[in-house]
Design a protein around this ligand. Structure first.
Ligand SMILES: [Zn+2]
Length: 197
């Protein structure tokens, strides 16, 4: 195998969910395709690396100071949905049933693994809600141990601000992950959200 092909296969196989076989298939695809395909993939990756950074408000991926959701005047800034990861935000966006804004925690609390609030963005969330302008915080962390621990902590920290706190209702089995829920399930979970006492 040529060194350049070897290098590309090596890079592809570092990606999540990509084994050696798939990596080889992808690499060979670029060998067979016209040069344009490889150049535009390389450009997309370079742009992502150079331009993308965390949104200054919600931690979603942004090309500038703010992500497209925080920058959009069409989104309801009174509603804030708290999710664990950017992939969860993407899943809710794909379902298309939510028109408010988000806050990405960039992780979940896991006391057993020694992951505490300071290892996530909970502090910035508290700061953001403390500034005012948010009426409802929808806690959409995953329905598993870490997600529940995180939901409890977030609710406790935000309670003093007097905002409405809700938790989305999961139709998915316990241990199901937001990211893998289909659009219909996510929409129902959002509609069936309950107030956190
Ligand atoms: Zn944002």
């Amino acid at each position: 195998m040529s060194e350049s092909l070897n290098k590309l296969v090596d890079e592809f196989s570092k990606l999540p969910g990509i084994g050696k076989k798939t990596a080889m298939r992808l690499a060979l695809h670029f060998v067979k395709s016209d040069k344009g395909a490889a150049v535009s993939l390389a450009k997309a990756l370079t742009d992502l690396g150079e331009k993308s950074r965390p949104c200054g408000i919600c931690n979603n991926i942004a090309d500038g100071e703010l992500c497209p959701i925080c920058a959009s005047p069409k989104r309801d800034s009174h509603k804030l949905m708290v999710v664990e990861e950017i992939s969860d935000l993407m899943a809710v966006e794909a379902a298309g049933a939510y028109k408010g804004r988000y806050f990405v925690l960039m992780g979940a609390l896991s006391p057993l693994d020694g992951i505490g609030p300071e290892d996530t963005k909970v502090g910035s969330l508290v700061e953001l809600v403390g500034k005012g302008g948010v009426d409802e915080v929808i806690i959409a962390t995953n329905p598993n141990l870490k997600g529940e621990a995180t939901a409890l902590y977030v609710a406790k920290k935000l309670k003093p601000f007097g905002v409405k706190l809700t938790r989305i209702a999961y139709g998915v089995p316990v241990g199901g992950i937001l990211e893998y829920s289909d659009a219909g399930t996510l929409t129902k979970a959002l509609e069936g959200r309950t107030v956190v006492e």
